[in-house]
Design a protein around this ligand. Sequence first.
Ligand code: IVH
Length: 668
Amino acid sequence: MNKSEAKKRTEYLRAVIEYNSRLYYEQDAPEISDYEYDALFRELQELEAEFPELDSPTSPTKRVGGRALDKFEKFTHRVKMGSLTDVFSEDELCDFLDKTDTLLGMRAEYSVEPKIDGLSVSLTYENGVFVRGATRGDGEIGEDVTENLKTVRSIPLTLKEKLPYLCVRGEVYMPRHVFDSLNEKREAEGMPLFANPRNAAAGSLRQLDPKIAASRKLEIFVFNLQEGSLYGDGHACKTHSESLSRLAELGFTVLPERRTLTSEDIPERVRELGEMRPDLSFDMDGAVIKLNDLGARVTVGEGSATPKWAVAYKYPPEEKITKLLSISIQVGRTGVLTPIANLEPVKLAGSTVSRATLHNGNFIKEKDVRIGDKVVIRKAGEIIPEIVESIKSERGEDVKEFVMPAVCPSCGQPVIRDTAGDGTAIRCVNVACPAQNMRSIVHFASKGAMNIDGLGPQVVELLVSNGKISDAADLYALKVEDIEDLERMGKKSAENLISAIERSKTAGLERLLYALGIRQIGEIAAEVIAARMQTLDNIIAARHEDFASIPDIGEITASAIVEFFREQRVLELCEKLRAAGLSFNAVKEKKSNIFEGQTFVLTGTLPTMTRDQASELIKERGGKVSGSVSKKTSYVLAGEEAGSKLTKAKELQINIIDEEAFLRMIGE
Ligand code: IVH
């Protein structure tokens, strides 16, 4: 093929690929099969490699993610990215409409739109080419995430017309089905789950490696023109709805389900949108009601932090009614028996729910939940839904009361009521209980512990039930041949798993101590103890007072750890781990003690480091990191999109610092 033929073919391929990817992502109806799409895509990649002069930064091949970055650069928005005042009832909504109509002296038109629960970004185009994309940040300064946004297929890399300059705002989100399969995969691999699509989208957009972002299949809805003229001749739009229609013409995916209405029709439409929530492909946490006429917006004006011409109506968390079919018992790592509700599957907040936690026997009694009852379930920020109540008025004759079992469903040994804590726990105390053993191995491999990628509950269950392992130390004797034939495994996964197991040998005392699953010892306590004791042998030899004298280690924790290492089976496991070649030494060297006795809480997204990295820096300097703000918190290190923790810190008048101040504190 000569160059001019290649040029033609390249242009053709780019057009067909963009066209079909649009159909696929927006309407779920491509005109070619995935196979054909992949073939065209590969052909284009090959042509671009063969004729580098034909390559282009706006080619669809660039959507697979380019080079990984070290950090995100800051980006100052030319037009501030503001936020909205929330209203929580129809009364408040009507107040807003009345006030605005009165001020304007007319029945004004409003755009009523879904409020997408995602992340706000700005997209800048120069001469019709996508040049810059940034997160909202604090509204004035965000982060340059251009490379990651290029992987979002609903963001056009070039516009249908070569307009000189355009800046638009939209909400990046993770479609619900993408979220479900991402979490399913993460669960199988033993990785922590994302609580909701918004967190998953945020985590994906903040990946320094655009290839990871590309694999997360994010989408966008554009909802505002920030700056620039939408017409080549400089004609300015008069209304918001006109600007959105024009943005759609230019190739953007704009907000669906928009309506332009006057006040009398708005409450009903808001209700209607709310009813649509369960069936949408994206999470919607509210409706936005904004003046349609751009001139009228200027008349109404801006408040101190939010515009006066718009409000966000927030919907309460979605609830569903379903039937409680049965209750099963899960035995945890520490032997606690947790009742789990098995439900008639229902769609709730975008995913199918068939299980919910019932916490403990007391919860079931207090709520008077019976098998066969109709129950109301809700997802409240958590991954596992909760049961709100049982509907007594619809209770049939055939419902059954549930009693917590007297014996462990896994090993058959009698259970005891644990008087520690709030006294609600029922526990199996058999150290040889198979369910506990299984859960202990899962915990051993988990991310905060030995961090063995690919060793989630399903794989551990397979390994145990096939007699490949009976404790955590047995993992280190596994070979590829032992596991490649297991269900859903295969050679490649087996090899990866073996290398992950091998790598974990040097995880160090901090992680090992946590991985052993001693009651009372969380990740933080494990780090504190490892820093003081330095080796596992020192810990095994230490006495109660040695632990109790460590700051932040109380009497109960000290007793728990001493008792744990008195058990013969524990000492045997440690010897097996030693023989397998695990490091028993602390890896962390202390950098300084500047943060000794101080507790930090991290919230929001930091500009140049992840929260894990910031935690490391704090801990290396003797400080502690906690998950919640209290009077004891010394500092709240807050980044972009910080939420309720920041609000609480302000209430309690805790020192709030940003990353820059933090870096100064540590002298970097
Ligand atoms: S309008 C001046 N419209 O919700 C504020 N915002 O506080 C302009 N959002 O972070 C915002 N869907 O990113 C608007 N249809 C929509 C929206 C929307 C989602 C987000 C926005 C902002 C938050 C509002």
